[in-house]
Write a protein that binds this ligand. Structure first.
Ligand code: ADP
Length: 803
């Protein structure tokens, strides 16, 4: 309670009510009176407040409030009239008592004025309290509490104003006043409103109450003042207003302070709006939490990501928003910042709609003036993508390293599958494309090793659809990976009922990614990733990572395949070299022996027909071996021509039937020696545009083989024309060829018969095929082991010879 305010109130009461004594006491709960004061026309009584208070105490009871009673004068004896009122101000409560020796005290007006004065004083006190914030309590309280009074007789229009009232209208104490002067003294903007309020108070039905805040404009000093006016009109029995009395006091300062505060608050609101606008436009999450972890401010991004409105979050903590483990982590970091007293940086994980996100958070303490940290301000930037890119890079580096550790084909396939698990999927299957176009499950990796064997078994029994319209075919033809979100079955194949496939049930309808394995423009297969987890969803980042892994895997698989082929080539070459040297050496050895024998014969000096016969026989052998050598070298030369692209054809009109008879003739002697019959069957001429010498080579190769592998059985050779084609068939009854060798024997160096029984370079059929294909034809064999073999050659009869 501002000091001196009580005193002012008592003085106002003494002057307004013309009482002999006034006493007031203010108490606070749990405390004795915190202020007492008394006043009187006589200063010596004013000095005796405590004594007066003690003497009056027994009268100051609830029952006496606002009800006048007669008492003994507590100080000087005799009867007195007592009026007690009370007021409350915040926690304080006050009692005010006024005494008069006039036995007619108080009149109704005096009783009313008593209450108005107390109320106005209380309002004044409140104003003063408000101003206390601005360090001007004393002066303003006094000013505010300094009441002016007015008394207006509506019948006579007579008006009485106290000096203070005149002062508030900028008039000197001796100024004459009337209602017109009152209206003239009002600020033009408030005049009508105030006049209306007076008119309303003077109307009996409104009860005569009057309360308004308005401005005055000093008639003489021209100053503008704010005034709080309150009063009451009284009416006669006919409802006519007979008196209108009230008080005024100056609230200019309060209004100024209010305006100032309003401006300050508006400035604060504007700066808050500016701050909010700035932080709302940030893509980072920004927030302020008080020292107890309660949110004070968040930005729009925060609202959007965590689905919480800023006016709802204020006062809430992380425990109201996030799972406990996350909230614990956030709080621990906040506390570290408060303890450190400076900004700290750390990575934090926050749960969002699409899973956990990684943030880099910078948090700093905010300080109150006293140097005490009252809050933590945080700015958190989402680095999930960056983090993921880093992890993806690391993953791919590791994948490249792992894939490069082996050149073994099967090991590489398995590594590729294992790398994807569990980073990209729970199950990874690497399918390779087989020669017949089917997809083979070449490698399986599974987070559950027990299930892996079921997966392998199932896919071997139910190979996936490799047709162009199937999911794998689509991926291979587009060359791009595809995500599928739970198609029926497992990898597009329905899992049959039965406990055998039970482990695969949980893989049905699960999201998967199929990545084509492609390198050097060639498809090697498909890498298929399936996620068994309940909530796993593959996003574009997974797809990109899977594609990258697919690229690296394809590259490694291709390398391993090339390595495997090169190893096979080396093996084939070594084998060929050993066979070739053997083949070349045999005729050479034979010729060397004959040459030595001839030298010996000649050295003996023998002559005559016997020597000639011996030498002729030996020369015959040498001749045969030379032919054989010539054939071997010819084959080698042809292969070298084919591989170096120097193999050309010279087409001319050729009768295949005549050619066949001619070549067969050349072989008749050899056939006779081995005791086999060689029959040639041709119906009329079979004419076409072919390279004669090369065609002779084809027939000779097939006949050589028939004699070589024909087990001395009969050999038949046929040629016939079939519209625009010519067909040549060479059939023997020899050792035959196993089914799995039928295609292979046409490849370079490929042989199917045991080399210890049959010599040869494994080049004859290869060269034959090259010649036939160069003519635009085709060659194939039909056979069964032990049942002989039939070789078919089909040639277009036109001049479509390719070079
Ligand atoms: P080679 O010099 O070994 O005979 P070819 O290329 O002519 O080479 O034949 C390849 C292989 O095909 C032979 O090694 C043999 O195993 C098989 N082959 C060729 N013709 C016949 C045939 N008429 N009967 C059985 N096997 C044959």
């Amino acid at each position: 309670m501002p000091a001196g305010v009580i005193k002012t109130l008592l003085e106002v009461l003494l002057s307004m009510l013309r009482v002999d004594l006034a006493y007031a006491r203010v108490t606070r709960p749990g405390e004795a009176a915190i202020e007492t004061a008394s006043a009187s026309g006589r200063p010596e009584i004013a000095q005796r407040a405590p004594e007066l208070g003690a003497a009056m105490e027994r009268w100051l009871k609830t029952e006496t409030w606002n009800t006048p009673i007669t008492i003994e004068d507590p100080l000087e004896g005799g009867k007195m009239r007592l009026l007690v009122g009370r007021f409350g101000l915040h926690e304080d409560s006050g009692v005010v008592a006024v005494c008069s020796h006039d036995q007619g005290f108080p009149t109704e007006t005096e009783a009313l004025l008593f209450r108005v004065a107390i109320n106005q004083a209380v309002i004044g006190f409140q104003e003063a309290q408000l101003l206390q914030e601005h360090q001007r309590v004393e002066r303003l309280a006094l000013e505010a509490a300094s009441l002016g009074t007015w008394d207006y007789d509506p019948l006579t229009q007579e008006m009485k104003w106290s000096d203070r009232c005149k002062e508030l209208f900028g008039l000197p104490p001796d100024a004459k006043v009337d209602y017109r002067a009152f209206l003239a003294g009002l600020h033009p903007d408030d005049r009508e409103r105030t006049h209306q309020a007076v008119q309303l108070a003077l109307a009996a039905e409104t009860g005569g109450r009057f309360k308004i805040e308005h401005r005055t404009r000093g008639a003489q000093d021209g100053l503008e003042r704010w005034v709080s006016a309150a009063g009451r009109a009284f009416f006669d029995e006919s409802g006519r207003a007979v008196r209108f009395i009230g008080t005024v006091f100056d609230i200019t300062e309060r209004k100024r302070v209010e305006a100032e505060r309003e401006r300050a608050e508006e400035a604060q609101r504007a700066s808050h709006r500016l701050l909010q606008d700035v932080i709302d436009n940030s893509t980072a999450i920004i927030y302020v939490k008080d020292a107890a972890g309660r949110y004070m401010l968040i930005n729009r991004r925060f609202e959007e990501l965590f689905h919480v409105a800023r006016d709802v979050i204020v006062g809430k903590t992380d425990y109201d928003l996030f799972p406990k483990d996350r909230a614990d982590a956030f709080r621990a970091f906040d506390l570290r910042v408060l303890e450190a007293g400076r900004a700290l940086e750390s990575e934090e994980l926050a749960p969002q709609d699409d899973g956990l996100h990684t943030y880099i958070s910078i948090k700093a303490p905010l300080y109150a003036e006293a140097g005490r940290a009252y809050a933590v301000c945080g700015i958190s930037t989402d680095i999930t993508d960056r983090k993921r890119a880093e992890q993806s890079q690391l993953f791919l580096v590791r994948a490249s390293r792992e894939l490069g550790t082996s050149l073994d084909y099967e090991t590489t396939l398995q590594r590729a599958a294992e790398l994807a698990v569990p980073t990209l999927a729970d199950v990874c299957v690497v399918f390779t494309i087989e020669g017949d176009g089917t997809l083979r499950p070449a490698a399986v990796a599974d987070t559950s090793p027990a299930r892996a064997s079921s997966v392998r078994e199932f896919l071997s029994a139910h190979p996936p659809d490799a047709s162009a319209s199937g999911r794998f075919g689509r991926v291979m033809s587009s060359g791009h990976p595809e995500c599928s979100t739970g198609t029926p079955g497992f990898l597009g194949r329905a899992v049959p009922a039965g406990s055998r496939w039970e482990p695969l049930r949980e893989l049905e309808r699960k999201p998967s990614i199929d990545v084509p394995l492609c390198t050097r423009g060639r498809f090697l297969g498909v890498l298929s990733l399936t996620s068994a987890g309940p909530s796993r969803r593959h996003d574009p980042a997974d797809l990109a990572l899977a594609e990258e892994l697919g690229c690296r895997a394809a590259f490694a698989i291709d390398n391993a395949e090339l390595y495997r082929k090169s190893q096979e080539s080396i093996r084939a070459r070594d084998e060929f070299l050993s066979v070739a040297s053997h083949e070349l050496k045999t005729p050479l050895t034979s010729m060397t022996m004959r040459a030595q024998q001839m030298s010996t014969l000649l050295a003996r000096g023998s002559e005559g027909p016997r020597l000639a016969t011996q030498l002729s026989a030996m020369l015959h052998v040498v001749n045969r071996q030379l032919q054989r050598l010539g054939l071997l070298v010819g084959e080698l030369l042809d292969v070298s021509r084919i591989t170096s692209g120097r193999f050309t054809l010279r087409a001319e009109e050729v009768d295949l039937a005549a050619l066949l008879r001619d070549v067969a003739d050349r072989f008749s002697e050899q056939a006779q020696t081995t005791g086999c019959t060689l029959s040639v069957k041709c119906e009329g001429p079979v004419v076409g545009a072919w390279d004669r010498l090369r065609l002779e080579q084809v027939v000779a190769n097939l006949l050589t083989n028939a004699l070589k592998y024909g087990a001395n059985g009969p050999i038949s050779v046929k040629a016939c024309a079939e519209r625009d084609k010519a067909r040549l068939v060479v059939e023997d009854r020899g050792i035959g060829i196993a089914n799995h060798d039928l295609a292979r024997i046409f490849e370079r160096f490929e042989r199917a018969a045991p080399s210890r029984n049959f010599g040869g370079l494994g080049l004859g059929l290869y060269i034959t095929r090259q010649i036939v294909e160069a003519h635009g034809g085709r060659i194939w064999a039909e056979s069964q082991p032990g049942m002989g073999a039939t070789f078919f050659v089909e040639l277009p009869r036109g001049s479509s010879c390719a070079s």
